[in-house]
Design a protein around this ligand. Sequence first.
Ligand SMILES: NC(=O)c1ccc[n+]([C@@H]2O[C@H](COP(=O)([O-])OP(=O)(O)OC[C@H]3O[C@@H](n4cnc5c(N)ncnc54)[C@H](OP(=O)(O)O)[C@@H]3O)[C@@H](O)[C@H]2O)c1
Length: 358
Amino acid sequence: MERHVARPLTMPPQPHGGRPAPDPFAATGPALRWGVVSTGKIAHTVTAQLARLEDARLQAVSSRDATKATAFATQYGFRASYGGAGGYEALAADPEVDVVYVATPHGQHHAVAGAMLRAGKHVLVEKAFAITAAEAEDLAGLARERGLFLMEAVWTRFLPTYVAAMDVLESGELGPVRYVQADMGFMAERDPRTRLWAPVDGGGALLDLAVYPLCWVIGALGLPTGVRAAGNVNKDGVDELCALALTHAGGAHSQVVVSFVSDSTRRARIVGTEGYLETGPSLSRPDGFTVVKGAARRSAEFELTDAPYAFQLREVTRGVQAGLHESPAMPLAHTLASMRLFDEVRRQVGVRYPNDVA
Ligand SMILES: NC(=O)c1ccc[n+]([C@@H]2O[C@H](COP(=O)([O-])OP(=O)(O)OC[C@H]3O[C@@H](n4cnc5c(N)ncnc54)[C@H](OP(=O)(O)O)[C@@H]3O)[C@@H](O)[C@H]2O)c1
């Protein structure tokens, strides 16, 4: 079977999950000097893992709040901190920063990542990459013009479990894949002040969660060719639940559900002519998968690492060290196609953001 998602740069084949995964912390080249924008939840989680990479130097952090910037810098050992209005612009101007991790809410990704690219930094942008496809195309254009590395932080594509599942598909043992079902959701606390529910931050289940089921859909079937979407939109115009029926080349289909209003199964099922592969929970960080062919079942189990984000950090590091402009495993073409898909889903479901132009 054709492989739709390239293997990560440092990950050897993992057909049945039997191999030990490579150590994501081991240096693969000269050290990179990192900047981090935001001191929010995911910035803390990812920075703690970044600090463990042998070839990462924590250079600078920025925050809207100078006190938080200083505290974050002290906690992780950054050499510089920039706070208050103009904080991220000051980080962009720091000549000692090579690569920046942007971990603000999605509503700010375009402005912040754009400033970093214009200043000549390589950039890793949290998901969702942007609010609109137009914003995403603008960022991709900036990176291409300047020859910089740019990647959306879809960390799940770099996990050994996912790579092993893709290797099983590539082996052809399931036959041609006919459909994929994947869902991701949780009961999100209804607080309109939080980024999950705020239109200005790109709130809604689609932008927050769809990259996770799509990771499995795109890995198994490639990019979708069409979509029919339905969903529930709350009084603030934010989607609580979206159900996507996607078509793919060769007559294959996929179904994706994302939700802030259900305790979802958080599994993916990839179904071929000869059998199916089903992930364990959770969809974003499964502990393994089962391959079922008639009466035969085989399970592959993986130790859950305490540093799941380190694999994507290794990909960015290796990509920059190798002079690449994007990751073969998470190429900009996939990000741009996903953002165009989200625009279309939002059009069908009726979600508009302040960032929408027309
Ligand atoms: N990869 C993953 O597993 C994962 C998990 C969670 C979230 N995410 C993504 O990461 C991004 C941040 O999520 P989070 O959960 O870390 O959010 P969060 O806890 O609300 O933190 C976001 C931080 O961004 C900064 N910020 C800058 N401009 C802002 C603005 N206008 N409004 C609010 N905050 C602003 C703030 O830090 P300062 O106060 O320091 O400026 C804030 O603490 C989102 O795009 C989300 O989708 C990814």
